[in-house]
Design a protein around this ligand. Sequence first.
Ligand SMILES: Cc1ncc(COP(=O)(O)O)c(C=O)c1O
Length: 299
Amino acid sequence: MTEHQTTHQAAEDARNEEILIYVDGVLKPKAEATVSVYDSGFMLGDGVWEGLRLHDGVWTFADEHLDRLFEAAKAIDLDIGMDRKGVYSALLETQKANGMTTDAHARLMVTRGVKVRPFQHPSLSQSGPTFVIIMEHSKPALGRPINLATVPHQRGLPMTQDPKLNSHSKLNCILACIAAQKAGADEALMLDVHGFVNTTNACNFFIVRRGAVWTSTGDYCMNGITRQKVIDLCRANDIPVFERNYSLVDTYGADEAFLTGTFGAQTPVGSIDGRQIGTGELGPVTKRIRELYANLVHG
Ligand SMILES: Cc1ncc(COP(=O)(O)O)c(C=O)c1O
C-alpha cells in the first residue's frame, strides 16, 4: 500500500518548535500555550475557526476570511469579544512576534470559553470566549496527487449542523477521513444527501470534463474562499465552469480532478475508489488554474 498523505502536508520546519502562540491576548511559547479542560471548545467542539495564509507579506483574502469568521460566530451566537479590527490586529501582532513575512499559515480559533461545570448548556460558559491564533511556518509539500475514496458519511442538510460552518467539531469529516484511510486512500470524497458528489472531508472538490470545470452546486459544502476564487478565475479567463449536480459516474470518467483550499490552493487528485483519474497526474486545466491562482495571490 502507498504511504498515506494529507492535503495539509507541509515541509518540516524546525522553527515551528520556537513559535509564539496567541492565547487570549498573550503570546506564549508552544509548550505554555494551553487552554482549560473546562473550555467549551475542548469539551464539546463549541467554537469556530478560520485558516489564513501569508504570501509575500499579505494575509491573502483576509476580508473574506474575517467575513466568514464573524458570520459563523453570529450563527452560533458566540460573541468574539473583539471587532474585525481587533481580530486583524491580533493576527498582525502574532505575525510580528514570530517574525514571519511569507509562507506562514494561521489558524484562528474562537470558542465559547471556559465553563463553570462540565456540561453542555452554553450558559455554563461565563467568562467570555477563548481566542487562539496558531501561526506556523508552512510550505505545502505533497509528494504525489491525492487518492480519494468515497465513504458512507454524507454532507448533511443545513438544519443538522450546517456544513458551511467552520465549526470546531468536525467529527463527521474526521469519521469520513478515517473510513477513507481504512479503504487505503488518503482522504474522503463525500456525497450529498441525494447521492451527488459534493466535497472532500477537508477541501472543496472539482472535476474537469472535456475542458469544462465542474463543481457541486455549493449546497452541503463549505463556502470555500478558494473554491469561489477558482470559479471567478475560470469565468474571467474563458474556462467553462459549472456549479451543478453530478454523479460518481461523471467523476470516475473525468479527465482531471482537483481539490481546493486555503492551504494547498489546488491539489491534483490521482485516483478515486481505485480508478485512475485521467493520467493520474496534474492535468493541463488544473495546471492553468493553479497558475492563474498563483498570479492572483502573488500579484
Ligand atoms: C470542510 C472544508 N471544505 C473546504 C475548505 C476550504 O475552504 P477555503 O478555500 O476557504 O480554505 C475548508 C477549510 O476551511 C473546510 O474545512
